[in-house]
Every structure is written in structure tokens, then in C-alpha cells.
Design a protein around this ligand. Structure first.
Ligand code: NAD
Ligand code: TYD
Length: 350
């Protein structure tokens, strides 16, 4: 049985990828390696944790000796690498942590793979999951293509851009079989509630202010997380070596329009008088270096690998709200402790 190492599998997107691979690919043994930072939570994987083709290892990708040994002792066949520090606002407060995990951690994994697979690169794949934020910010027109020049602005996107370059360098220099995908903003279940959509759902539920940065006119291209997990599956299995794919929802929303839609959905679901949730909208100090617009052209993925997003945003957002309302205990668990102090620090001065 081929062993596939999925890093960051206890996080938001990683948990959906692990679940998909464990359930749909019994031909693989899935090893989920995760440090369990504030963003990683094994509650995200309750439903598959006892499956025979799944195993969890708590480890830090920065620990080079451990990672090197693991590739050999476990005979790792291929990697899907998602582990990362992923929150732009945290990267503004603490850039070095992003360099350490996102850059050093990725190079550690590449080195361990190079060491274990030497002479046999054709049979092993290193798949690096990245973001559209490496391309920088768009004006009113245009889309990010696979050939768009990198122009990262935040410490987060700079660290992801750097890791992408290292992954490509291991293909160009050593001949390693790599693939990279750059995806737009994801939404859906198990999303840690410091990112816009789950944070707003949680605050609306609790009748707390919804912090909207600046004028709320920044634009993001939102993709249902399970569609991203499916894209990762088809890219892992179908992409040619060294290739890059953009993944996106063709679904651009101004932040303020998205929040207003969410308020409307939640007024309905919570039987509140129309307008109740929208009154919670609070404009706060803008994020430093806030990218204006992200939008992805994913036509290469559609053409080559026949992938298209499955859900309309209104439907996906309503499903997401239902999930958060039905999973009160999960929300309680992840919003206690560490997250509370982050939240207080982040919003006290805005
Ligand atoms: P997340 O923050 O929810 O999860 C990250 C996971 O990585 C967590 O489980 C965490 O414990 C783990 N991790 C962090 N540092 C680690 C380390 N040093 N060693 C081992 N594990 C570590 O992030 P996410 O939103 O699920 O994003 C996953 C990947 O997808 C990231 O690489 C991110 O850059 C990329 N991405 C995210 C989005 C998005 O909208 N969330 C969009 C495009 C790409
Ligand atoms: P976020 O979910 O942090 O994703 P990213 O910055 O990686 O795109 O933010 C999405 C958008 O929402 C972004 O334009 C910043 C904005 N935002 C707010 O207006 N208020 C908030 O409290 C947060 C967390 C984000």
C-alpha cells in the first residue's frame, strides 16, 4: 500500500483533503502529520480517525531530523503538503514564525524527500498546496493566470511565494516530480473562526460586532473547501510533472456584500427580524498592506483535468452557516483559550 504523507491535515483545508483521501482512496495509507498549532484540531477528523488506512503523527515539519527519519522509516511514497501558518493578520504581527514554518519547514520536507527518493524521482510526487496571494493584488480588471508574475505583499504571501520557488527549484535542479496549485479563498466547515466568514458567523450568532476592515470594498474569490479538496485530488493524480494549476471559484465578492448576504441568511435561520444582524457591522481600521482584489482564472484546470466548482456561493454559504449552527461544541472548543487572547489583542486597537 502506498503511503501518502499529508501535512497540515488537522487544519481547515487539510482535514477535508485527509477525509477525502481516506474515504475515496482505500488503496493508500494516509499519514497525517501535523504540529497541532492553534489552527490544527483533531476534532476536525473525528469521523475518520478509526479508519484502518489512516494514521496521525504529531510533529513539526521544522524538525529536520525527525522528518528525514520519517521518510525512510515509513517509506513515504508521495507528499501532499498543506502545513503552514496561514493567517495574514498573524503574519503582520509575527513574520518570522511564517518564515520558519512556511519556508524552512517546506525546505526540510523537500530535503527529506530528496534524501529518501534519490535516483527514483519519477515514482514519487511532492505536491505543494499554495495560495493565489503570491500573485499580489489586482486592479478592477483581469485575473491571475498560472504565468502571472509573483508579487507578494504580506509576510504570509511572501513566505508562501518563497516556498513555491523552493519547490520549483527542486524540480529544476534535482529533477524531483513536483506539482503546485495556487488557490483562492476557501470557505466551509471546520474553518478556524479568525478568518472572515467563520468569524462573522460566530459574531452574528452571539450578537457581537462584525469587524469589517477599511470600507469593506476589498474583493476575494471564494471557493467551497470541498471543491478545493477535489481539485487537489485530481491534480495529485492527473497533473504532469513540474506543472502549476490555479484553483478558484469564479466567485468574486466585495467583503461588505458578502457580509450583508451572510447577515440576511442568518436573520432567516435564527428567525431574527430582517436587519438585526446587519446592524452589527462595524467598520474598523484597515489591514496594513491590504490587497485590493484577488480573482483566479482556473480554465487550465477545467480544460486539462475536467474540474469545475460544484456549488453556487449562496448555497455554499447557507450550508456553511448550518454547519456552524449545528456544531456549537466544535466552535466552543476552538474558540477557548489561545484564540480568545489573539482575538482580544487583534481587535482591541481597531
Ligand atoms: P490552517 O491554518 O487551517 O491549517 C494549517 C495546519 O498546519 C494546522 O493544522 C496546523 O496545526 C498545521 N501546522 C502549522 N505549522 C506546522 C508545522 N510547523 N508543522 C506541522 N504542522 C503545522 O490552514 P488552511 O487554511 O487549512 O490552509 C492549508 C494550506 O492551504 C496552507 O498551505 C495555505 O497556505 C493554503 N491555502 C489556504 C487557503 C485558504 O483560503 N485557507 C487558500 C489557498 C491556499
Ligand atoms: P481572511 O479571511 O483573513 O483571508 P485573506 O486575507 O487571506 O484573504 O480575510 C478575507 C477578507 O476579509 C480580507 O479582505 C480581509 C477581510 N477581513 C475583514 O474585513 N475583517 C476581519 O475581521 C477579517 C479577519 C478579515
Amino acid at each position: 500500500m502506498k503511503k501518502i504523507l499529508i501535512t497540515g491535515g488537522a487544519g481547515f483545508i487539510g482535514s477535508h483533503v485527509v477525509r477525502r483521501f481516506v474515504n475515496l482512496h482505500p488503496e493508500y495509507q494516509i499519514i497525517n502529520l501535523d504540529k497541532l498549532t492553534y489552527a490544527g484540531n483533531l476534532l476536525n477528523l473525528r469521523d475518520i480517525e478509526n479508519k484502518s488506512n489512516y494514521r496521525f503523527i504529531k510533529a513539526d515539519i521544522v524538525d529536520s531530523a525527525l522528518i528525514k527519519e520519517l521518510f525512510i522509516s515509513e517509506n513515504i511514497h508521495s507528499v501532499i503538503h498543506l502545513a503552514a501558518e496561514s493567517h495574514v493578520d498573524r503574519s503582520i504581527s509575527n513574520p518570522l514564525e511564517f518564515v520558519i514554518t512556511n519556508v524552512v519547514g517546506t525546505v526540510n520536507l523537500l530535503n527529506a524527500a530528496k534524501n529518501a527518493w534519490k535516483g527514483d524521482y519519477g515514482n514519487h510526487r511532492f505536491y505543494h498546496v499554495s495560495t493565489d496571494e503570491v500573485y499580489g493584488s489586482l486592479g478592477d480588471e483581469g485575473l491571475f493566470h498560472e504565468e502571472t508574475a509573483y508579487d507578494p505583499h504580506s509576510p504570509y504571501s511572501a513566505s508562501k511565494a518563497s516556498s513555491d520557488h523552493f519547490v520549483r527549484a527542486y524540480h529544476d535542479t534535482y529533477g524531483m516530480d513536483i506539482v503546485i496549485s495556487n488557490c483562492s479563498n476557501n470557505y466551509g466547515s471546520y474553518h478556524f473562526p479568525e478568518k472572515l466568514i467563520p468569524l462573522a458567523i460566530n459574531n452574528i450568532k452571539n450578537l457581537s460586532p462584525i469587524p469589517v476592515y477599511g470600507k469593506g470594498d476589498n474583493i476575494r474569490d471564494w471557493l467551497w473547501v470541498e471543491d478545493h479538496a477535489r481539485a487537489i485530488d485530481v491534480i495529485f493524480h492527473g497533473a504532469t510533472t513540474g506543472s502549476t494549476y490555479n484553483v478558484g471559484g469564479h466567485n468574486e465578492w466585495k467583503n461588505i456584500d458578502l457580509i450583508n448576504l451572510l447577515c440576511k441568511i442568518m436573520d432567516d435561520k435564527l428567525n431574527r427580524e430582517p436587519g438585526t444582524s446587519a446592524r452589527l457591522i462595524t467598520f474598523v481600521t484597515d489591514r496594513a498592506g491590504h490587497d485590493q482584489r484577488y480573482a483566479i482564472d482556473s480554465s487550465k484546470l477545467q480544460k486539462d483535468l475536467n474540474w469545475t466548482p460544484s456549488l453556487q456561493f449562496e448555497e455554499g454559504l447557507a450550508k456553511t452557516v448550518d454547519w456552524y449552527l449545528d456544531n456549537e461544541e466544535w466552535l466552543q472548543n476552538v474558540t477557548s483559550g489561545n484564540y480568545q487572547s489573539y482575538y482580544n489583542e487583534q481587535y482591541s486597537e481597531r
